[in-house]
Structures are given as C-alpha cells and as structure tokens.
Design a protein around this ligand. Structure first.
Ligand SMILES: NC(=[NH2+])NCCC[C@H](N)C(=O)O
Length: 357
C-alpha cells in the first residue's frame, strides 16, 4: 500500500537519495544534506502552524511504500513561489517594429525577465523512485498536493504554477543556457542548476541580463528549446495539462523549460473532489469501482491514498479497514475523494483565457 504524508525528520536519508536521483537535478530539491534538513524543519513548521493567507511556507510530502517500508518519492508546495526572494522567469513578449517610410512591419519576439509568477503557489521538487514511474503512485504523489490545497484554500494562492525542467540534449547540455546564460556566468548548466539550489538566488539578479532578449539573436537550438520540457517529463506535463493547467507565457531563465499555470477552481481534481462519510467494510465486500484519490482532513496528519471509489447507495465511501487505518478515520468521519482518471481533452472547462495567465 502507498500513502502520501507530510515529511518527517527520519525521512532525511530518503530525501537525500531522491534529490540525488532526480533527472535533471532540481533547484528546489538540492542534493545537499543541510539544505534538505532545513527543508524538513520548514515543512514541519508550515504543517504545525496556523496560517490565514499564503506566505513563505513550504509543505513537503513524501510517498511511502508500506510493504517495502521505504520512502520512494517526494514533492513540495510552496505557498508563494516568491515569498522571500522573487521568483524569476522569462516572459515571452511580442513587439512590433514598423516603419511607414520603409513600408516594413515586423513582429519581433522577445524574452523579458519577470517576477510575475512570484504570487502563485508553486508545485515543485517532485522526485520519484524510477521503479514507480508511470504507475498510479506517480499520479498520487503529483496530485495529492491538490487534495491538500483543496482542503486548506486559505493557505494557498488562487493560481497554482509549476515549472517543468527544460530541454537538455543527450549530453545533458542545455542549448538555451549555452546561448544565453553562459555569456554572463561562465559555468555549465549542471553547475548553475546546482548553485541555484544551494545558494541564495540573489546571484540571478546580479549576473543575468536585465534587458529583454531578442529571440532572433539566439541560436536556432536555443530558440527550439523555448517552452520545451525535458524528455523525461513529457508524460508528467501531459498529465497536468489534462488536469486543467495551461502553458503560460513564462519559461525558466536557465533552460527555458515551460511554466504552466492553473486557476485552482478550474482544475479537474478540485472540480470533481467531493466529501463523503466513511463506511468501513471488509476488503472482500467492497464492490469494484474506478480508482480515486482519498484524503483525510487532518492538517499535520494529512494522508492521501489511492483506492476504489466505491460508494454505498446513500453516498458513503466504502473503505477497507487497512485504508481506514492508514487515513486515521473511523466510520462516519468525512474524507475527500476525487477520481484518479482525468477528463479527456474534449471535456475541458471552456472559457479559460490563456492570455490572463
Ligand atoms: N533551471 C533552474 N534551475 N532555474 C532556477 C531558477 C529560476 C527559478 N524560477 C526561481 O526563481 O527559483
């Protein structure tokens, strides 16, 4: 059985391992013992504290495989992407360069440094043991955070954002970094990526170019990498787009990976999540049903599992004694459930203007 729960101090070795195996390495999950220890402390504070509006809280979760007795994944939500320091992105813009005299009019694409994403809540720092890739465990780890946010809306912003690792070639080189950042900071991509995780980010403001970049002046390889995800993250991106996130105009400043955004209330998991009283039934008496994510209502003891969405005729959610135990719920207590399957592209909530994002 698999469960998502808040991180504990004893999870440090597992976090270190997961930070070291993330491909590519993640700025928000540096393979650095002291930084990870700080993250655990911060997360424990966030879960333990009363919060009325989003601030500098980081909520870190882990995925535990109880049969193996092992932590096999981790993921974080930062209540505000740029709470203490700004959150940096490049925003894609279009300028018109026109001359009546010469009878020319050209649309020119630029990238401008932006802090606009700073206000959003950020889903980040996800790393999963590769043995679980492509399974429902991966969806659970990624989307349990939405189940948490749905329960504590006052702790998060209305807009959720996610930055996907950008395109790297087979040699692990970032064509975008090589054409842009490298001119200002003579380090290779892997080094700068690591530094951004373990140091304060003020160096970004100090060394990265302040003026807009003209796309026409970049290498064709760099242009092709703009808004393109790392090959290992294609499925994850597709899942979040099916959830209702949209590609925004923002990309990462180092590797130009896509930043997606979603209005909370328009995401499938929020729209389809429902509260149900629990009814505990023996495993063999549970009817067959579609899989669902089921979460309890206990802040510091938050738990989220995948089980069957088996409803009684009176709307009770039927849980096995094992799952009820895992969630820490008894008969009659309420749990939040949402179908694990996401709607197809055609079932999407319309009336969502990407321009707003
Ligand atoms: N590819 C990267 N490591 N980018 C990290 C730096 C930018 C990031 N948006 C931040 O402000 O935290």
């Amino acid at each position: 059985m698999l469960v998502v729960r808040p991180v504990r101090s004893a999870d440090l070795p597992a976090l270190e391992r997961l930070a070291g195996t993330a491909t590519p390495r993640l700025t928000n999950l540096p393979a650095h013992r002291d930084r990870l220890e700080e993250r655990i402390t911060r997360s424990r504070q966030a879960f333990g504290q009363e919060v009325g509006f989003p601030g500098d809280e980081h909520y870190t979760f882990v995925l535990e495989d109880l049969e193996r007795g092992e932590v096999v994944g981790t993921a974080t939500v930062r209540a505000q992407a740029g709470a203490r320091e700004a959150y940096y992105t490049y925003r894609q813009e279009t300028l018109i360069h026109a001359s009546q005299q010469l009878d020319v009019r050209r649309e020119v694409q630029t990238l401008a440094l932006s802090h606009e994403v700073s206000e959003a809540s950020l889903l980040c720092a996800l790393s999963l043991d590769p043995r679980y890739k492509g399974t429902s465990a991966e969806s659970l780890l990624r989307r349990a955070r939405l189940m948490f946010i749905a329960q504590y809306p006052e702790r998060f912003a209305d807009i959720l954002a996610m930055a996907f690792p950008g395109y790297l070639d087979d040699g692990g080189e970032s064509p975008f970094w090589n054409s842009v950042g490298r001119h200002f900071f003579v380090r290779d991509y892997q080094e700068i990526n690591y530094l951004a995780g373990v140091r304060s980010k003020s160096f970004i403001a100090e060394v990265m170019p302040q003026f807009p970049l003209y796309l026409a002046l970049l290498t064709p390889q760099a242009r092709a990498a703009i808004g393109r995800e790392h090959p290992d993250h294609e499925e994850a991106l597709a899942e979040m787009l099916a959830e209702g996130f949209l590609r925004s105009r923002h990309v990462d400043i180092f590797d130009a990976g896509p930043v997606i955004k979603g209005e909370r209330e328009r995401l499938a998991s929020f729209r389809r999540a429902a509260w149900h009283p629990v009814r505990i039934r023996p495993e063999h008496a549970l009817p067959d049903a579609e899989p669902a994510m089921v979460a309890n209502q206990q802040l510091a003891d938050f738990r989220c599992v995948v089980t069957r969405y088996a409803l009684s005729p009176t709307g009770q959610l039927m849980l096995s004694p094992e799952h009820a135990d895992l969630l820490g719920v008894e008969d009659g207590r309420a749990v939040l459930a949402a179908p694990l399957a996401l709607p197809g592209a055609d079932e999407h909530d319309p009336g969502y203007d990407e321009g707003e994002l």
